[in-house]
Design a protein around this ligand. Structure first.
Ligand code: SF4
Length: 756
């Protein structure tokens, strides 16, 4: 395996030398394995915490000495059983990277200059107040992050929606998980997966679609590999246009053409029906059928999928009809099938439709609500679920699955928040892409951005960089300078992770606590402190009464008691002692819920039947009839290839954190993977600069010629700020989830030298 320009062996040697004896342990057949540090640096005290990085949410033990974090290791009592990946073990180093933001700054004469907190917050409050008074509440916005703590996202949402009176609250989870959320909500009535990591230990078939689990959720992958090792007949099916490390360990790899998942899943459902794998009890007692808003029947579904036979779908998806038949058989005939997916499925113009169909495949075959049988989306960030989706910190949403368009939901939240009826606007705010479009038009006057880097992470990035220049932009982050900070009028230094403390929630609905253990550097403050001060200065201090993480959490868990998400029993005291708790958990003695919607297991599910899909008014889940649509950015003679973007194992998002680590500085991320056939056709040579152009922009990357990609498709990580591949990427959004189609960009390539 190669990571950038280092071989794996070279990477190991480098890390061991630089980071105090990092050791790679455990099985490495599946992925990089897991890491520990040896010999451990002596510590004064060990504290239970959670990794700062991905949505796997690994439990870690954090060693502190003399007010500094000096060691990190996996928590053997947490769900990850003591394992952590390379990013997990580098949680210590990220606190002490170069370029930590130390003091507030205000732009004067075109340059950000040091200022006091009072100067900075006075200016922010003055400009927000001026915009609200002059142009109305919808002239301001909050753009947050799945990396903020739950308490921070909850407070921002309450301040803007119930205080200022605008629903212009959105965040970067819109870019990665919105289609998964929209899928769950439309099928089950409520967001978030019904299964849990424990299901991995029981599954006999893994259907991994649009997820490079081995690289992006390595400890989840290790658990899958454990299952495969202990029960070798367990089947792993991977659907991905790339031969990723995940795909290399699959029994079946379907190298699908990007954006054709809906056709594939329809063909699989066709096969389920043809082979008699339909769970009739589910169909008769627990399901309804819809096409858009229109009611349909199971007979309609049969007629619908008859248009998607494997023979017809095979050329659309670029896979063998026989493979589709075999995979459908294995999915349905298995004792317990678990589907796992993430951005590959979500980041399409038909992301919601694809999500609905994966859920439908489980519902129709009865692979749901039993150990090992579940659809299960993985979250990218450490707190996109609990922090943003559950708190409703999105433009259309309110806490615990409510939506702003529903008058009853607004009234409930107005009562719970103690604001007058009519305070919450019925109009959905700007979703992420629309928010930056509004900035381009000049409709948004002031925007507060916290813990995220949209100048690099948005698609069609150059367009939105220009938009940011038109807006009074307040950026709060732990690292300076980010790409987004370059456009800030005010920059606020944030505390990071154990410098502030709060609650994260990972992919399996587990709320768990990150304690405050050390002081932030310089004058950095927690994002919660910044929000509380903004509330005070704007005159909403009476609304934002909870001021510490624990006070906010108490308010939030009590609000949840009035919803099907009920986690009133998850107190801070419990979180300090336990390795997190999976909600629902309505009382303090409730152990938490592994499988939702199953009476006897989920405290919110009623009756004695197999299921109670209580998020839906009739208690039945919905199977949608979906059609494969043409690509939102079709290939043409001018743009004959499809670009998909993603990540590498070692790095995190836009490199604001991991890009500062000396240990990882040789892990290159500015490359483009090109199939040899395409390299030959377009005159591309391995290692040489290649110009990638789309209908939106251009970027220069280094060619990596490899058979690990389907012909006609090219791949680039989105990490590198210099290469900025998101200049090229498609900003069309899914019509339901509003998630951009990052995985569907038509491009052309040529040697960069030919463009000179
Ligand atoms: S798998 Fe994710 S949560 Fe676990 S240690 Fe690695 S980065 Fe952290």
């Amino acid at each position: 395996m190669e990571s950038g320009k280092l071989t794996r062996r070279e990477l190991l040697q480098r890390l061991s030398a630089l980071a105090g004896g990092l050791i790679l342990t455990g099985p490495i057949s599946g992925c990089e394995g897991f890491w520990r540090r040896e010999p451990a640096i002596p510590v004064d005290s060990w504290h239970k915490g959670v990794c700062r990085f991905c949505g796997t949410g690994c439990g870690i033990m954090i060693g502190v000495r003399d007010g500094k974090v000096v060691d990190v290791k996996g928590d053997e009592y947490a769900h990850n059983r003591g394992r952590i990946c390379i990013k997990g073990v580098l949680n210590r180093e990220i606190l002490y990277v170069r370029d930590r933001a130390l003091y507030p700054m205000i732009r004067r004469n075109g340059r950000l200059e040091r200022a006091s907190w009072d100067e900075a917050m006075s200016l922010v409050a003055e400009r927000f107040r001026e915009a609200i008074d002059r142009y109305g509440p919808d002239s301001v916005a909050f753009y947050g992050s799945g990396q903020l703590f739950t308490e921070e996202s909850y407070t921002a949402n309450k301040l803007f929606k119930a205080g200022i009176g605008t629903n212009n609250v959105d965040g970067n989870p819109r870019l990665c998980m919105a289609s998964a959320a929209a899928g769950y909500i439309s099928v089950f009535g409520k967001d978030e997966p019904m299964g849990c990591y424990e299901d991995i230990d029981y599954a006999t078939c893994f259907f991994i679609t649009g997820s490079n689990t081995a690289d992006c959720h390595p400890i989840v992958w290790e658990r899958i590999m454990d299952r495969k090792r202990s029960r070798p007949e367990t089947v792993i099916i991977v659907v991905d246009p790339r031969r990723t490390r995940t795909a290399r360990h699959a029994d079946y790899h379907l190298a699908i053409r990007p954006g054709t998942d809906v056709a594939l899943y329809n063909a699989m459902i066709y096969e389920f029906i043809r082979n008699g794998f339909i769970d009739q009890d589910m169909v008769e007692n627990y399901l309804t059928f819809r096409e858009g808003d229109a009611e349909r029947t199971f007979e309609d579904l049969k007629r619908h999928v008859a248009q998607y036979t494997p023979e017809r779908v095979a050329p659309v998806c670029g896979v063998d009809a026989r493979q589709i038949e075999e995979v459908a058989y294995l999915f349905a005939a298995s004792e317990a099938t678990m589907s796992i997916w993430t951005m590959g499925l979500n980041q399409q113009a038909q992301g919601t439709a694809a999500n609905r169909l994966v859920n439908a495949m489980h519902l129709l075959t009865g692979h749901i609500g039993r150990p090992g049988a579940t659809p299960f989306s993985l979250t990218g960030q450490p707190n996109a679920g609990g922090g943003v989706r559950d708190t409703g910190a999105l433009a259309h949403a309110l806490p615990n699955g409510r939506v702003v368009a529903n008058p009853q939901h607004r009234a409930e939240m107005e009562d719970l928040w103690g604001v007058p009826r009519g305070r919450i606007s019925p109009k959905p705010g700007y979703h992420a892409v629309a928010m930056f479009e509004a900035m381009a038009r000049g409709d948004l006057k002031c925007v507060l951005i916290m813990g995220t880097n949209p100048a690099q992470s948005l698609p069609h990035a150059e367009r939105y960089r220009e938009a940011m220049q038109r807006t009074f932009l307040v950026v709060a982050d732990a690292i300076y300078p980010t790409e987004t900070a370059q456009f800030a009028d005010v920059f606020l230094p944030s505390a990071m992770w154990v410098e502030k403390g709060g609650v994260f929630s990972q992919s399996e609905r587990r709320y768990h606590l990150v304690p405050k253990l050390v002081e932030p550097p310089g004058e950095a403050r927690s994002d919660l402190e910044i929000l509380v001060e903004l509330a005070d200065r704007l005159g909403y201090g009476d609304l934002i009464k909870a001021r510490t993480p624990e006070e906010v959490w108490d308010e939030w868990r009590q609000i949840s008691a009035h919803s099907p998400y009920n986690f009133a029993g998850i107190t801070y005291e419990r979180l300090k002692k336990e390795r997190g708790v999976l909600w629902p958990a309505p009382t303090e003695d409730h152990p938490g819920t592994c499988r939702r919607y199953v009476p006897g297991e989920d405290p919110m599910a009623k009756g004695t039947g197999r299921f109670d899909f209580y998020g839906r008014p009739d208690g039945r889940a919905v199977v949608y009839l979906e059609h494969q649509q043409p690509s939102s950015d079709p290939r043409s003679d001018e743009y004959p290839l499809t670009l998909v973007t993603g990540r590498v194992y070692e790095h995190w998002h836009t490199l604001t954190i991991t890009g500062k680590l000396e240990e990882l500085e040789d892990i290159t991320t500015d490359f483009l993977v090109v199939h040899p056939r395409d390299a030959h056709r377009y005159g591309i040579r391995d290692g040489e600069p290649v110009l990638v152009e789309s209908r939106r922009g251009r970027a220069v990357l280094k060619a990596r010629v490899s058979t690990d990609i389907t012909p006609g498709v090219v791949f680039a990580p989105f990490h590198s700020p210099e290469a900025l591949v998101n200049r090229v990427v498609n900003n069309t959004v899914d019509p339901i989830s509003k998630e951009p189609a990052f995985k569907e960009s038509a491009v052309r390539i040529r040697p960069a030298s030919s463009a000179a």
